[in-house]
Ligand binder design. Sequence first.
Ligand SMILES: *Cc1c(COP(=O)(O)O)cnc(C)c1O
Length: 391
Amino acid sequence: MKRIYMDHSATTPVDSLVVDAMLPYFTDKFGNASSLHSFGQEAAQALEQSRQQVANSIGAKPEEIIFTSGGTESDNLAIKGVAYRNSRKGKHIITSTIEHPAVLSTCAYLEKEGFEVTYVAVDSDGIIDTEELEKSIRDDTILISVMHANNEIGTIQPISDISKFAKERGIYLHTDAVQSLGKIAVNVDELGVDLLSISSHKIHGPKGVGALYVRKGTPLQTLAHGGGHERHMRAGTENISGIVGFAKAVALADERIVDDAKHMRHLRDLLINKVMNSIDNAYLVGHPTKRLPNNVNIRFSFIEGESMLLFLDMKGIAISTGSACSSKSLEPSHVLTAIGLKPEDSHGSLRITLGKDNLQEEIDYVAKALVEIVGHLRAMSPIAGKNPSLR
Ligand SMILES: *Cc1c(COP(=O)(O)O)cnc(C)c1O
């Protein structure tokens, strides 16, 4: 059976050009970047070239890039690093209710450590309430962390607006740009951020590598103690092959972003229109236009997302319900709850996230499968089954 992958917000296949770029660093060029001999120099050179590549891509300077093990570690380092280092100035942090668990769990942990966190609400499209955010700023606020684009519903946040009042009040601004990188423009000066998290495996790079951008002059406390790697901000022998692969993935994304985004946006709108036109009681979740070019999130009344997912999987189609991070629990997604969906409505939601290599014929196949499966499940549903107009 042919398989169709449309779960690119969970992870992406590694590009073959990325694999090619990485391979020598497992074999010939296996050196430790801290060693003084030629093997070490080779590794150190690859490390610094990769740093330059990643920095260029987001409009940063190479010395502002700290390589990490991925988005989760970058979020932890940004939030705990700023919180611990600035706790004498204040212990108040502002974030949103729809952040990735890497941000929300870190904030919850800091609350146990004596920090105070304000979780600013979002509207029914998932856009943060900037007025409420501004009102929640206090004299002891040290950090605002709001994601650039949401991993479940694809909503893009007005980060540069938020940066205006963060700057006025001398508050550090962090954004999680893991989902936006490679899909929409990510530039640290245009966004006006002091810290920005990115991850390799969401942009066709290898898993287990990412970076944190830290604007020059932003005081940060390290979380990993050891050797002096990454300018003393992140100890541990660098993952050279992973970092080289990440930098290659970033370079490819930069080259292709305009064409890829156009292609994905076309497929996204095609799929949304097909589903909306052929299935009753289906609703687009998230903002109609301020959304990632590859994100489709639709909810279907009277049926369970999990059942749809299993039937789609039997047809070789890989997608998600709600969020990949919470899809194994029965709790409704915190993002869908935050935009005001009732539990019974959020349970019927599907997240379909497209990739640059998806084809139009795959969209046709998925749309057809959805019509069939939704019809089938509704026919069995005690609420929907009696009403043929709902199929
Ligand atoms: C995937 C993801 C992360 C976590 O990144 P990892 O590299 O998997 O640790 C963080 N934030 C967002 C928005 C994500 O989508």
